[in-house]
Design a protein around this ligand. Structure first.
Ligand SMILES: *[C@@H]1O[C@H](CO)[C@@H](O)[C@H](O)[C@H]1NC(C)=O
Ligand SMILES: *[C@@H]1O[C@H](CO)[C@@H](O)[C@H](O)[C@H]1NC(C)=O
Ligand SMILES: *[C@@H]1O[C@H](CO)[C@@H](O)[C@H](O)[C@H]1NC(C)=O
Ligand SMILES: *[C@@H]1O[C@H](CO)[C@@H](O)[C@H](O)[C@H]1NC(C)=O
Length: 626
C-alpha cells in the first residue's frame, strides 16, 4: 500500500492514491444512480483514457459476487453500475467495503479496487411493532418503569437512532439511555398515578429519531390500558330511602328499588345487595332481589300490627367492599277494619211509663283503624222513639225520646249502625231487641155505654137475662176483667136478691121470678174491674124491663059478684028501644091486650030483649020491646 491521507469531512471521505500499481480505493455514497461517477479511474491509473479500451480494461468480481461498478471506457471513469444499498450489503457494520479487481491487458495489470460504501440517511428508525400495548393497574405507583422496545434504524452512526420522544401527556414521561451496544432505548416512567375511573385507556405516540441530516423518525403508538383496582366502594344513590306503603299491598308489589354504583370494573364493580338489621317479622314481609336491588312485598302488611319498618341495605362489590344505606318504610292505614259495636248494658224490658230520656242501653263502638278511618259515628235507622246520646270516648247511651205505650207497640227492634270515616266507609249494624213491660194504665171499657135487658115475668130463677162485656188492653192480670154488681136496693130489697152476675163472663142471671104486676123495671150498676194493683174499674147501667104475661083473669066489679047472684034492674015498659039498662064493669090486672076485656050475654030468659056492648059492657033494650 502507498501513502494514504484520509480527510474526514462531513459525510465524505476522500482518498488519494499515489501508486500506479497500487490499489485503488474510492468512496461512494450508497443509493447513487447508475452512471454516477465514482472516480476518474484512467487519471488515477495514470493512463490515457483512450487506452483503456485498447487494454480491455474491465472490473471483475470475486466469487461472481454482484458488480456494482463499471468503467465508462469513453470517459475513463469508474461509474455506478447498479444502485448500491449499503444496508443490504453490510447491514449494521460500521465499515462497508467491497473489493473488485481491475484487469488491464497488454501488459496484464491487476489492480485492486476498494469501494468504501458510505452510509446515507436513507432509513428511518422503525419500531418492531407499531403498536405497543401495556396493561397497567391503576394502583401502580409513581416512578414505576415500563421498558419499551428499542427502535432500529438500518443506517449507522449518526444516521442510526439517536433518541426518543413521547407525546406530551399527563401521566408518563420517557427515560432514554444508552445500551451496552451503543444503541438507545427508552423506558416509560409513570409520573402521575392513573385513575381508571377517569380514563381507562390512552394512546401515546412514541417517536424515535436518528441523527441524519435531515433526521428521520419513526413512530409507534403506545396503548396503555388502565387495569382496574378495587379502589372504589359501592355508593348508594341516596343515604336514606324513605317510602310510604299502604297496608294490604298485594304480594309482589315493588316497594322501592335501591341502587348503588361502583366505579370499578368487572367483578370490582359488580354490586350485590343484602338487607340487614331487620326483625324476623320484617324479614318475612320484604324480600330483596340481590342483583337488581328491588324490594318487594312478600307477606301481608297490617298497619294495625306495625306502622313503620326500618332496615339497612348493604351493597357489596365482588372483592367485598361494602357500603350501606337506610330504608324507612312508613305504612299507611287503609280502611280495612269495620267498626265494632259492643253492647255494654241493656235494661230490658223497659216499663211503658218510663219518662222520656230514660237510659235503655249503653253501647261502645270501636275501630282498629286510625285517623278518619277510626272516626265512627252512630245512628239509628228506623223511626223509633229512641236516640243515641254520645257520651265519653265512643260510648253512647240509648235513651227514649217519648213515653212508650205497650198497648200500641210492645217491642222494638232498634238497629244501630256504626259507620267509620274511611273512603269508602265501612259500617256495622247491631239490632237490640227491647220489650216494653206493662203498667196497669188502662181501665176496663164496656162495649156499650148502657145495657137493656128484657125479661118475661114468671121467669124461672137462674134465667140468663143479659150479658155485659168490658175490654182491658193491659197485660195479664192488669188486663183481666172481673164483673160485679154495685150493691143497691130495689123496693127495699138488696139487688143481689134480684140479679147475679158471673164475675168472669159478665152473664147476668135473674135470681127470682119477677111479677110484672109488682114492678115493671129497675136499674142496676155493673162494675168491671181489672186485676191490677191498684185495680182500675169502670161501671155501666143495666136497665131491666119485665114483660107482662096474661096471668090474671078479668074480675067483674059490678054488679058485685059477692052474695047475690041476681041483679035486678027495673025497666019501664014503654022504654024506648036502645035505652041503657045497666053496665057491667070488669077489670084485668094484666096490661095491654092482656087487659083488653070483651063482654057477652051468656044466658037470657027472653033472648033478644036485651043486648050487651061487646067492649063497653053496656046492657040496653033491643027493638021490639013493648
Ligand atoms: C461515458 O462517458 C461519456 C463522456 O462523459 C458519455 O458521453 C457516455 O454517455 C458514457 N457512456 C455510458 C454508457 O454512459
Ligand atoms: C223483631 O225481630 C224479631 C226477630 O227477627 C221478630 O220476631 C219481631 O217480630 C220483630 N219485632 C218488631 C217490632 O219488628
Ligand atoms: C201490671 O202493672 C203493674 C204496675 O201497675 C206492674 O208492676 C206489673 O208488672 C204488671 N203486670 C204484668 C203481668 O205486666
Ligand atoms: C160509676 O161511674 C161513674 C162515672 O164514671 C162514677 O161517677 C161513679 O162513682 C161510679 N159508681 C161506682 C159505684 O163505681
Amino acid at each position: 500500500m502507498g501513502l494514504i491521507s484520509i480527510l474526514f469531512t462531513r459525510g465524505f471521505i476522500f482518498i488519494f492514491l499515489h501508486s500506479v500499481y497500487g490499489d485503488l480505493s474510492y468512496t461512494v455514497p450508497e443509493e447513487t444512480k447508475h452512471q454516477y461517477v465514482i472516480g476518474h479511474l484512467a487519471k488515477d491509473l495514470g493512463i490515457d483514457g483512450k487506452r483503456l479500451s485498447a487494454r480491455k480494461a474491465r472490473v471483475e468480481t470475486e466469487d461472481s459476487a454482484k458488480r456494482y461498478c463499471d468503467i465508462n471506457l469513453s470517459s475513463g471513469n469508474l461509474v455506478v453500475a447498479e444502485t448500491i444499498d449499503r444496508e443490504k450489503i453490510c447491514g449494521s457494520r460500521i465499515s462497508c467495503i467491497v473489493n473488485y479487481e481491475l484487469v488491464l491487458e497488454n501488459p496484464l495489470e491487476v489492480h485492486r479496487i476498494s469501494l468504501q460504501i458510505e452510509d446515507v440517511n436513507d432509513n428511518s428508525p422503525v419500531f418492531p411493532n407499531d403498536r405497543i400495548s401495556f396493561e397497567i393497574t391503576e394502583s401502580a405507583d409513581k416512578g414505576e418503569r415500563f421498558p419499551l422496545e428499542e427502535a432500529h434504524d438500518l443506517d449507522i452512526g449518526r444516521n442510526a437512532v439517536q433518541g426518543y420522544s413521547l407525546e406530551k401527556n399527563e401521566h408518563f414521561i420517557l427515560s432514554v439511555h444508552e445500551n451496552a451496544d451503543g444503541g438507545k432505548s427508552a423506558t416509560l416512567v409513570l409520573e402521575k398515578e392513573l385513575d381508571r375511573e377517569k380514563q381507562k385507556d390512552m394512546n401515546l405516540i412514541l417517536t424515535a429519531f436518528d441523527g441524519g441530516n435531515p433526521p428521520k423518525s419513526g413512530t409507534a403508538v403506545i396503548h396503555v390500558t388502565v387495569l382496574d383496582a378495587n379502589d372504589n366502594i359501592p355508593v348508594f344513590s341516596q343515604p336514606v330511602y324513605r317510602v310510604s306503603l299502604a297496608e294490604n299491598t298485594a304480594l309482589g308489589t315493588e316497594v322501592i328499588t335501591v341502587s348503588a354504583t361502583d366505579a370499578d370494573e368487572g367483578a370490582n364493580g359488580e354490586v350485590t345487595y343484602e338487607l340487614s338489621r331487620l326483625s324476623d317479622h320484617s324479614e318475612k314481609i320484604f324480600s330483596l332481589d340481590k342483583i337488581t336491588g328491588k324490594i318487594t312485598v312478600s307477606a301481608n302488611i297490617d298497619y294495625e300490627d306495625e306502622k313503620y319498618f326500618e332496615m339497612r341495605v348493604q351493597a357489596k362489590d365482588g372483592p367485598g367492599l361494602v357500603s350501606s344505606s337506610k330504608i324507612i318504610i312508613d305504612i299507611t292505614d287503609i280502611n280495612d277494619n269495620e267498626p265494632r259495636i259492643i253492647l255494654k248494658s241493656l235494661n230490658d224490658p223497659i216499663p211503658e211509663n218510663s219518662v222520656a230520656g230514660t237510659e235503655v242501653a249503653i253501647i261502645n263502638v270501636q275501630d282498629k283503624d286510625s285517623g278518619d278511618n277510626r272516626h265512627v259515628h252512630c245512628h239509628i235507622q228506623q223511626d223509633v222513639p229512641f236516640k243515641l246520646s254520645p257520651s265519653i270516648k265512643n260510648y253512647f247511651s240509648l235513651i227514649t225520646t217519648s213515653m212508650l205505650d205497650r198497648e200500641k207497640e210492645s217491642d222494638y227492634n232498634i238497629t244501630i249502625t256504626a259507620t267509620d270515616g274511611g273512603s269508602p266507609p265501612l259500617s256495622t249494624s247491631m239490632t237490640i231487641h227491647l220489650s216494653v213491660s206493662d203498667v196497669n194504665d188502662n181501665p176496663p171499657v164496656f162495649e156499650q155505654q148502657s145495657y137493656t135487658a128484657y125479661v118475661m115475668e114468671n121467669n124461672k130463677p137462674g134465667t140468663s137475662i143479659s150479658s155485659v162485656t168490658a175490654r182491658d188492653p193491659d197485660w195479664r192480670q192488669n188486663g183481666t176483667v172481673l164483673y160485679s154488681l154495685v150493691p143497691s136496693e130495689i123496693n127495699g130489697l138488696p139487688v143481689s136478691s134480684f140479679l147475679s152476675i158471673n164475675s168472669d163472663t159478665g152473664v147476668i142471671q135473674a135470681v127470682r121470678s119477677f111479677d110484672y104486676e109488682k114492678f115493671r123495671n129497675f136499674k142496676v150498676q155493673v162494675v168491671a174491674r181489672d186485676n191490677g194493683s191498684p185495680p182500675l174499674s169502670s161501671n155501666v147501667t143495666v136497665s131491666v124491663f119485665i114483660s107482662d104475661e096474661n096471668d090474671n083473669s078479668p074480675q067483674i066489679l059490678y054488679p058485685a059478684p059477692e052474695g047475690k047472684s041476681l041483679m035486678t034492674e027495673m025497666v019501664p015498659k014503654a022504654a024506648l028501644s036502645g035505652s041503657l039498662v045497666s053496665k057491667v064493669i070488669a077489670v084485668d090486672a094484666d096490661s095491654g091486650q092482656n087487659a083488653w076485656l070483651s063482654y057477652q050475654i051468656v044466658k037470657s030468659t027472653d033472648p033478644g030483649l036485651f043486648i050487651i056492648g061487646l067492649h063497653s059492657g053496656e046492657i040496653g033494650c033491643s027493638e021490639g020491646h013493648y
